[in-house]
Design a protein around this ligand. Structure first.
Ligand code: ZN
Length: 458
């Protein structure tokens, strides 16, 4: 049997004991680096009475407090005069970034060229694990600019030996497809569905366009929407997950979870109170720690940084692809999770309801959902607006039934909330282009909590 291609076989297939040794060695180096180079961590160790030399293994990280985005914002201008997290001399800073924060001042990030090289290595591993290689031509529809994702993929392509067409959006002219015959596209589920629809109206069949695979990332999605996208393009759809903090996890072509590059970033899962690790196979908040290879440097590092997403560790066993790095479920955004009727629901649950296969005969896949106070105290009405190909020709009852079945799925809490009347549904069937989020610029808000009553806390 020929082993699967790897970008960095030695590190990607290290056995678990050896990999843990690498991680622990890098935890020690990174903590020491923090003490020596990061003004924030130096005083944070003093404030919390932490002897940085006592942090020897990844388990020891549990003894350190968890920091959040607000910690970063409160240690940068205008709150403080200096950037407390900047952990390298200005001469080594290569680029400066700001995250598009949903609240308050954006967080500042500083990257050295070494950071870029490590980020690019992570994406190069992902691309190779998905079957990309020399000769591939990939359109990147993720936006260039302050986000690191698109630039990192472009840099990774140089390592992989493939060509990038850096469009930055999915609104490029169709001649890009017909002239350059790209073999892959990176984008979001919704943008890639829109693109397919646009190509079809121009007489180009996405299934025979030469695209051999799609890479989606940037937000979580339901398996149903991935399956539909794969059907529309007639090719595999691979998942990636990245953040400016340097996570960058990716699915290999086996689609059995996203591999975490464990030698370069350490991921722990915490309980909602951020006090303890959750047991294996349980949902938890992602808490990240940068891992710097001994001798390396870093523009901005994090020890125990809550990135406000949740996931489950699927396996620490070697994958069928030969890689040993652990695999996680597609992370979900905590900001898109809500309590209703004693259950948690996420935008992804709504997406699962929308993308039931029969619904897609009538719907485009675009939707938005609003949580409203229900008819009774403590009940919630989920008002879902779905974009229809033609609102005059929709099987409305069937679509609503299938939505509810798909939304509840196998979740006993959502089922109990629905059966108990604490979670009700109403539907609006909208014409193309008339959703609220389609009228405003920026990241679409597909789920919004507009409740005022008791339902919000139950
Ligand atoms: Zn794998």
């Amino acid at each position: 049997m020929t082993p699967d291609a790897c970008f960095n076989r030695e590190i990607e297939t290290l056995d678990r004991d050896r990999l843990d040794e690498v991680i622990d060695e890098r935890v020690r180096y990174t903590v020491r680096y923090a003490e020596e180079h990061s003004p924030f961590y130096r005083s944070w160790f003093r404030t919390h009475g932490i002897d940085f030399g006592s942090i020897r293994t990844h388990e020891d990280l549990l003894r350190l407090p968890v920091i959040s985005g607000s910690t970063i914002r409160s240690h940068q201008p205008p709150v403080t005069s200096e950037f407390g997290f900047l952990s390298t001399p200005w001469e080594q800073v290569f680029t400066i970034h700001e995250t598009s924060g949903t609240s308050g001042t954006p967080k500042a990030f500083f990257l050295t060229w070494q950071d870029w090289e490590r980020f690019a290595e992570k994406y190069a591993r992902i691309f190779v694990s998905q079957g990309f290689g020399p000769g591939d031509r990939v359109v990147v529809c993720a936006s260039y600019g302050m986000n690191v994702g698109a630039n990192t993929m472009t840099l990774a392509a140089r390592n992989v030996g493939m060509a990038i067409i850096p469009e930055g959006t999915c609104t490029f002219p169709s001649r890009v497809i017909t002239s350059f015959r790209p073999t892959g596209i990176v984008g979001s589920v919704f943008k890639l569905l829109n693109l397919a629809r646009r190509l079809e109206t121009e007489g180009i069949d996405p299934r025979t366009s030469g695209i051999r695979q799609l890479v989606v990332g940037g937000e979580s999605f339901a398996p149903e929407s991935r399956a539909y996208l794969a059907e529309v393009w007639d090719c595999p759809v691979h998942n990636t997950y990245g953040s400016t903090e340097g996570t960058m996890c990716g699915e290999c072509d086996r689609h059995t979870g996203l591999h975490v590059p464990e030698d370069l970033v350490h991921l722990d899962l915490y309980d909602p109170a951020l006090q303890a690790f959750v047991p294996e196979e349980e949902y938890g908040r992602i808490v990240l720690t940068t891992l710097i290879p001994p001798g390396g440097h870093c523009g901005m590092l994090f020890l125990n940084c809550d990135n406000e997403d949740t996931t489950v560790i699927l396996s620490r066993e070697p994958c069928a692809c030969g890689r040993t790095h652990l695999r996680i479920m597609n992370p979900q955004r905590e900001a898109e999770s809500f309590r209703a009727g004693g259950a948690f629901l996420n935008r992804v649950d709504v997406e699962r309801g929308v993308f039931q296969r029969e619904n897609m005969e009538y719907l485009t896949g675009e939707f938005e959902a609003f949580l409203h106070d229900g008819d009774t105290v403590a009940s919630t009405d989920l008002r879902v607006t779905v974009e229809c190909r033609d609102p005059a020709q929709v099987d409305r009852d069937g679509t609503a039934d299938r939505f509810v079945r798909g939304f509840i799925g196998n979740n006993p809490f959502l089922r109990a909330a629905h059966d108990g009347g604490l979670l009700t549904f109403s539907f609006t069937f909208a014409a193309p282009g008339t959703l609220e989020h389609q009228k405003v610029k920026g990241r679409p808000k597909r789920i919004v909590d507009q409740r005022t009553g008791a339902g919000t806390s139950r």
